[in-house]
Design a protein around this ligand. Structure first.
Ligand SMILES: *Cc1c(COP(=O)(O)O)cnc(C)c1O
Length: 463
């Protein structure tokens, strides 16, 4: 065993050889030494555990190859792009909305250049960073002003902290939801230092429930879109315009957390109607907040629209400074919103809406192409078929709504689950991994959520 330790090359010897020097020239001395030490430590461990002596230590050409490979990996971003074939268009764990072209271009400009972020070009005085987005939202949502923060959870926190710290917020028990990723309305209330006054029951809340719990300590009435949750059967809730009347009578603001917040009426595309921020404001809600990367189809952001006097207070709160967006996100959001100024083109220009509105025939065509490719590679071990499928919007939007779609299903000829798992692993090992979903002991590769079909097809060639 001691002989084996002695056979390990020294760091100096490896580095001073011409191949070592070439690596030092390319990557610098300290990175090469650090990476080599890792390799040698690994070898010492193998010897100590009486495992086979790593092959690359006997053959120095392999050692240098491995070293080069490891050093190349250091500079490779490990957060990989993947092909989303889950059928969930807005997949939170896969990064939600893809950015429209307009957002990508605006973001790229902002990355490479300085921008007039908080600099008023006309007066050379300090401007305010949400101003461009705010002006656009004023047009698109018919609101007086807007405020943008890191995400919608941050938007709710900022609203509650600004208007309800140390006071009570009245909300229906049917709307005390958990959105996933640990966003729970009661927890956010606690974080913001306000007291939750829950009213009504899980399935039914009446106007009188709100009425009976308004006191001189009430700061806000709040509505929360139940998003990923649906109450059906014997139910009742109070609509915004009714609640807005009550709020006005008591001179208390009404706030609505819309969650997804589609900017256009989705029913024109045959999708379920989602209340728009504009409709909420017209119904008399004072502030509405929603996400940037759900149905809006832009970058991660939390958008608050509504009354100027209230937005001004949000902008001045110290938490706004903590939660604000950077120049890249604000540029991307502006690009995303500008597309909405051409409403007839929005389903083409915005990838989220494009995916949600793609016609089933074209999805079937893509499924045929994908099935052919997979057939070439896998026909000996797997049964490959094309099947109608049900896709989803995702991110808590309309959880029970199923979007007609097409998928390629792959099942092992042996019928063994282990073989199915082996395929799932192989697809994850591709340079751009392919992620599907497992159902009925088959892998379903759903075409509705695919960003780039051509890239996907050439990816399969690697199998
Ligand atoms: C998704 C959602 C949130 C959280 O939004 P993020 O942008 O993910 O922070 C909050 N409220 C509702 C109703 C939601 O649907």
């Amino acid at each position: 065993m001691t002989q084996l330790y002695r056979d390990l090359p020294s760091v100096d010897k490896v580095i001073s050889a011409p191949e070592g020097q070439a690596l030092v020239t390319k990557f610098g001395h300290s990175a090469v030494v650090a990476q080599l030490r890792l390799i040698l430590n690994h070898a010492r461990q193998a010897i100590a555990n009486q495992q086979p002596f790593p092959r690359y230590l006997n053959d120095h050409t392999i050692l240098y190859k491995k070293l080069q490979h490891d050093l190349n990996r250091l500079s490779q971003v490990q957060m990989r792009s993947v092909h989303n074939l889950t059928g969930t268009v807005l997949h939170t764990n896969l990064g939600r909305a893809l950015w429209p072209e307009s957002a990508q271009q605006a973001a790229m400009q902002a990355m490479k250049n300085n921008v007039a972020l908080e600099y008023d070009m006309h007066n050379a005085t300090r401007g305010h960073r949400d101003i461009f987005v705010s002006d656009l939202l004023a047009q698109l949502c018919d609101c007086e002003a807007a405020c943008v923060v890191n995400n919608n959870a941050a938007a709710v926190l900022l609203i509650l902290s600004t208007f309800a710290r140390g006071k009570e917020v009245v909300i229906s028990r049917g709307e005390l939801v958990e959105i996933g990723g640990s966003f729970r309305i009661p927890d956010i209330m606690q974080q913001a230092g306000c007291e939750l006054r829950e009213v009504g029951t899980t399935n039914r809340t009446h106007l009188s429930d709100y009425q009976n719990h308004i006191t001189e300590n009430t700061a806000l009435l709040m509505k929360v879109h139940p998003s990923n949750y649906q109450i059906t059967g014997f139910t009742e809730s109070v609509a915004e315009h009714t609640l807005a009347q009550l709020a006005r009578e008591h001179n208390i603001p009404l706030v609505s957390d819309l969650g997804s917040g589609a900017l256009v009426d989705l029913s024109q595309f045959g999708l379920p109607y989602e209340p728009t921020p504009k409709a909420m404001l017209h119904a008399g809600v004072d502030l509405v907040c929603f996400s940037g990367d759900k149905l809006l189809g832009g970058p991660q952001a939390g958008i608050i629209v509504g009354k100027k006097v209230m937005i001004d207070k949000l902008q001045c709160h110290p938490l706004k400074r903590v939660l604000r967006c950077d120049k890249v996100i604000l540029s991307a959001l502006e690009g995303t919103l500008r597309d909405y100024l051409l409403p007839e083109k929005i389903a083409e220009n915005n990838p989220t809406l494009r995916h949600l509105t793609q016609d089933v025939a074209s999805l079937k065509q893509s499924a045929v192409r994908l099935a052919q490719k997979l057939q070439e590679k896998l026909h000996q071990d797997y049964c490959i078929e094309i099947a109608p499928s049900h896709a989803q919007i995702g991110s808590g939007s309309q959880p029970t709504f199923q979007l007609l779609s097409y998928a390629v299903t792959v099942a092992p000829l042996t019928g063994h689950n282990a073989d199915l798992m082996q395929l799932v692993r192989s697809l994850k090992q591709l340079s751009q991994p392919i992620i599907g979903r497992i159902e009925q002991q088959k892998l379903w590769l759903d075409l509705r959520s695919v960003a780039d079909i051509d890239a996907l097809l050439s990816g399969v060639d690697e199998l």
